[in-house]
Design a protein around this ligand. Structure first.
Ligand code: SAH
Ligand code: SF4
Ligand code: F3S
Length: 485
């Protein structure tokens, strides 16, 4: 498919004006950028290289695959050593303050590298760029950055690169919001056998602590036909597992011309022949329907894993967070899910130290963790995000108190998760082999349907295949196993 695109791009007439409609306009700019890049490469006597670093969530990871797809069509070659690359891109995240600090830290180092290597280009994109204060700071103190764009116009990457080549100045293009979804742009998958697939963009929930709705814009669902077509192509290209992506997949389809529920979409995806595993992220508890539970229960392909962020166990704090469920409603939902799908693995996100959180509230969180017994939980220290309602709330909690609660919660979560994880010892399960083991090349690493990792003797030929493995020994959060012939 990418080869066909390449051929088409090579045939574009650059003497003509750029087309107005997408994606044709971007194909035109890819062709144009390609000319500039090949001219530079000729001068240097070698190919130009790029290095993309991704911060944040699966959405950003998927966006980065699109950036890489465009860069490769333009003629750049991947370089893993950042300091050697001709074009460095940071796809940023701003969900918590420490994500921002990491970007500034690394940018500081790049300043020195660019001094020695002036033709190097630096591009910044992603959620952080949607914050006006960030762009101001970059304009003032990081003048050596070449290209800044946001989350809504990532599809214009090729056009922006051309603008940069032609202007020789810092190029900034940030949109406040968009209702546009551009299909059929090139994209380069990180894994040959699995892929993320966006089903929706943005978020309308406005949880009071969260910056995502401000930086990712209003919720928009992709047309089911486009989703199915993308997955069919992926499967034809060797993909066996997909992860449907959205900030709140349970509200999929509400704004489509012909509304459709997430559960209905899943049933359509299930029908795709050759596709073996379906995952999705993230489910907001307030919108998780009985219909979805039923579909998951009857599905042969949907993995036995549900990420169901609880955020807090205190109904009082949940209300202040604008999560729109109570502790009791969440527990009832978990009960229904476990009853329908007893071997499901549940994971969650928890925030500690939300404004006004008392010791009592925190104990409610400890209690819900003990009641649900999560397979794993991501625990976060509350981070104040400018512009969100929670940032203006009184009673921000002292750092020491938060740290103490965080440590107690982490200990509890880890103890439970080791116990929950070990229940599969001795069972035989299907595993999708993902890679050679990082530490021991005689082993491969694969994932169970419930998302737990297992390491077992095997060779690189197994990568991308689903094999049957006996789970011999649980090592806390993962297994050591043996393939069953
Ligand atoms: N859309 C997803 C989560 C997106 S952000 C959902 O609603 O579940 C991933 C996680 O980051 C959230 O679940 C939350 O636990 C955490 N998070 C978001 N904003 C945060 C903040 N200001 N401080 C600390 N953690 C935060
Ligand atoms: Fe943020 Fe809430 Fe939207 Fe998730 S659902 S992205 S936590 S506002
Ligand atoms: Fe971060 Fe943006 Fe994802 S803020 S968590 S990269 S949607």
């Amino acid at each position: 498919m990418l080869k066909d695109l390449e051929k088409m791009i090579n045939e574009i007439d650059l003497e003509k004006e750029a087309p107005v409609l997408e994606p044709d306009r971007q194909y035109y700019y890819i062709a144009k950028a390609k000319k500039y890049v090949s001219a530079q490469a000729e001068k240097l006597g070698r190919s130009l290289t790029f290095c993309v670093t991704t911060f944040g969530c699966q959405m950003n990871a998927r966006d980065s695959e699109k950036l890489v797809g465009i860069l490769e069509q333009i003629g750049y070659v991947e370089e893993t050593d950042e300091e050697k690359a001709d074009f460095i891109i940071y796809n940023t995240c701003t969900v918590r303050e420490n994500a921002n600090m990491r970007v500034y830290g690394r940018l500081g180092q790049l300043k020195r590298v660019k001094k020695e290597n002036p033709h190097m280009m630096i591009g910044l994109c992603g959620c952080m760029m949607q914050e006006p204060e960030v762009v101001e700071k970059l304009k003032k103190s990081y003048r050596f950055v070449d290209l800044i764009f946001g989350t809504h116009n990532i599809y214009k990457f090729a056009e922006l690169i051309v603008t940069r080549f032609e202007s020789e100045r810092m190029v900034i293009d940030i949109w406040k919001d968009t209702d546009k979804i551009v299909e059929d742009l090139p994209s380069e998958r990180k894994f040959s056998f699995k892929s993320g697939v966006n089903i929706m963009f943005g978020c309308n929930n406005f949880c009071s602590y969260c910056i995502v709705p401000y930086v990712r814009g209003r919720e928009r669902s992709r047309n089911p036909k486009d989703i199915i077509r993308e997955i069919e192509r992926l499967v034809a290209d060797g993909v066996v597992e997909i992860m449907l992506l959205g900030q709140n997949v349970n509200s999929y389809g509400k704004n489509l011309e012909t509304p459709m529920t997430f559960a209905q979409l899943l049933q359509e995806v299930e029908k795709i022949e050759g596709l073996q595993r379906i995952r999705f992220m993230t489910s907001h508890p307030k919108d998780l329907s009985d219909e979805l539970i039923e579909v998951m229960k009857n599905s042969k392909k949907i993995c036995k894993h549900l990420h169901l962020p609880v955020q807090s166990g205190s109904s009082r704090i949940l209300q202040k967070m604008n999560r729109r469920y109570t502790k009791e409603q969440y527990l009832e939902l978990v009960r229904k899910i476990k009853e329908a799908i007893p071997d499901i693995s549940l994971t969650t996100d928890i925030i500690v130290g939300f404004p006004g959180e008392t010791e009592e509230d925190f104990l409610e969180t400890m209690d819900i963790v003990k009641q649900v017994r999560y397979d794993s939980a991501f625990t976060f220290i509350y981070s104040k995000r400018t512009g969100t309602p929670a940032a203006a709330m009184e009673e921000q909690i002292e750092e020491e108190v938060v740290k103490n609660r965080f440590d107690r919660l982490l200990k509890e979560v880890q103890e439970i998760s080791a116990e929950v994880c070990s229940v599969h010892t001795g069972t035989t399960q299907e595993v999708l082999v993902e890679s050679l083991n990082d530490h021991d090349a005689s082993l491969v690493t694969g994932r169970l349907s419930n998302n737990i990792l297992v390491h077992f003797p095997g060779t690189a030929e197994l990568i991308g295949k689903i094999v049957t493995v006996n789970l011999e020994e649980c090592k806390g959060f993962y297994y050591i196993g043996k393939m069953v012939e």
